[in-house]
Design a protein around this ligand. Structure first.
Ligand code: SF4
Length: 248
């Protein structure tokens, strides 16, 4: 597809996603399950659209039991963090019975990684606290960043994880759809006055799990995860980009 046509398609997709998230927010705002409703939509938009965009591309090498790349820095929006916190609380007893203390694991991982940027995190090779026997224990609510990180080459992933290779062949459709869905969600949150930034997952989860009222506080416009902010592109620049796309 010519590049200009591809860009037009991406902009139209962003606008449609923004509209859909805005409608969900209008319907669910003030209700207890607004966060699960938003995230169900985000996951389903990602999965459905990535399937369309990746049609005709090489097969993805990722599969259950492979957690080679789960040393990446995961950056997530507040609703994604809150959704993971909900899931951890709901499954905590079962996890503990299985000998898994997620709060302790998150604290340990955060202690080893806090303040490190994306490239440094890859070098640190600190495993994600949610891996258990190669499987992600929060898989149903894993953030969009994890969903959008898909490789075409398992061997390249292993080489990169061992520090012998700098890059891995990632699926561009997965990255693009993840980014557009996440940005559209952020843009819709911004419109209604919610804090719409993105945060380092482990640090933000420590804050989310420390206070069960953080979800309500976020819904009143409070930046409850502020200390975990990741803003390599400033929020002002992102807001400008969102406005320009919507006006185009
Ligand atoms: S949350 Fe799950 S999918 Fe994401 S990095 Fe951690 S183990 Fe991997």
């Amino acid at each position: 597809m010519p590049q200009a046509e591809e860009e037009d398609g991406a902009l139209a997709f962003f606008k449609a996603q923004h509209q859909a998230f805005s409608e969900t927010l209008a319907e669910w705002r003030g209700r207890a399950d607004m966060v699960p409703a938003l995230l169900a939509q985000a996951y389903s938009s990602f999965e459905g659209n990535v399937e369309v965009q990746a049609a005709g591309q090489p097969a993805i090498a990722c599969h259950k039991g492979c957690a080679t790349c789960c040393t990446i820095r995961v950056v997530a929006t507040a609703p994604e963090v809150l959704m993971v916190a909900r899931y951890i609380r709901a499954t905590e007893d079962a996890q503990k019975k299985a000998g898994i203390d997620l709060r302790q694991r998150i604290a340990k991982a955060d202690g080893a990684t806090r303040g490190h940027g994306e490239a440094q995190r890859v070098k640190l090779r600190q495993r994600c606290p949610f891996i258990e026997q190669g499987v992600c224990v929060i898989y149903p609510v894993r953030p969009l960043a994890c969903r959008g990180h898909a490789s075409y080459d398992k061997r390249a992933c292993a080489e990169a994880a061992a520090g012998r290779l700098d890059g891995i062949p990632l699926s561009m459709p997965h990255r693009m759809v993840r980014s557009l869905v996440q940005n559209a969600l952020q843009s819709a949150l911004r419109d209604v006055g919610y804090v719409w930034a993105a945060y380092e997952l482990n640090h933000a989860l420590i804050l989310a799990l420390a206070d069960e009222y953080n979800e309500e506080a976020w819904k009143t416009g409070s930046d409850v995860f502020g200390p975990a902010l990741v803003a390599e592109v400033s929020l002002d620049e992102m807001a400008d980009a969102f406005d320009r796309i919507r006006a185009s």
